[in-house]
Design a binder for this molecule. Structure first.
Ligand SMILES: C[S@@+](CC[C@H](N)C(=O)[O-])C[C@H]1O[C@@H](n2cnc3c(N)ncnc32)[C@H](O)[C@@H]1O
Length: 203
């Protein structure tokens, strides 16, 4: 849901752009930080995952867009209120747990696509990534949000936090997966679990 001040900032930005003036930095951030929604919805149309997991759903903005596209969705959030925003549908299961607890219950090699967008601290992202790597199928895709903060100010815990440091660390380990980050604030990292470039090759 868009709050009144945020709507106002976006409106002011649009007026400034129409007048040929430089947009306000803060409203520019608000306006451009949601590009991942269209990106992931398109990726889902291409990949056609059967089983999708999202860690951190907030107001179900993305989940509700994916409900018509994926047969089985698991939505995890530590905030019990998040579940109330999910559109009524029998292909979605809401799990009200901290992701650290959720991973203890999640099956191995089960999901085709996992989106990690919960606690964005370096430590939490490392835990979520290890859980996701175990629960994703071979050739499955893991996405991590807020991994390319535009500047130091954007590493504030209320914005991207320090998850980008986890990506920097994980990126050096390439045996089990390949990883790349779309370098546009706030950043989206794509990971494919794989043993070799194509699954049918011998070595
Ligand atoms: C940035 S929002 C998610 C936005 C959503 N993925 C989207 O794209 O519309 C982050 C969410 O993560 C949840 N969250 C934070 N820490 C968590 C944790 N440890 N386990 C599960 N959910 C968590 C918060 O309650 C919040 O709803």
């Amino acid at each position: 849901m868009t709050s009144y001040p945020r709507k106002l900032l976006i409106f002011v930005q649009k007026v400034l752009i129409k007048l040929g003036l430089r947009p306000l930095e803060s409203s520019h951030y608000l306006e451009t930080s949601k590009w991942h929604l269209d990106f992931i919805a398109h990726l889902v149309r291409v990949l056609k995952p059967q089983k999708y997991l999202e860690i951190g759903i907030y107001r179900a903005g993305l989940i509700n867009r994916l409900i018509p596209l994926i047969p089985e969705i698991t939505a995890v959030d530590v905030d019990p209120d998040s579940g109330k925003f999910i559109d009524s549908s029998n292909n979605v299961k809401f799990v009200n747990l901290d992701s650290q607890k959720f991973w203890k219950t999640s099956p191995d090699s089960y999901y085709d696509l996992i989106f990690i967008d919960g606690n964005h601290s370096r430590e939490a992202v490392l835990v979520d990534f290890q859980g996701a790597l175990r629960s994703i199928k071979a050739e499955g895709i893991i996405l991590l949000h807020d991994t390319y903060p535009v500047d130091k100010e954007a590493t504030n815990p209320a914005r991207c936090d320090t998850g980008y440091l986890a990506i920097e660390m994980l990126g050096h380990k390439t045996n089990e997966f390949e990883m790349m980050t779309i370098p546009v604030h706030p950043g989206l990292t794509l990971v494919r679990k794989r043993a070799r470039q194509v699954p049918w090759s011998e070595s």
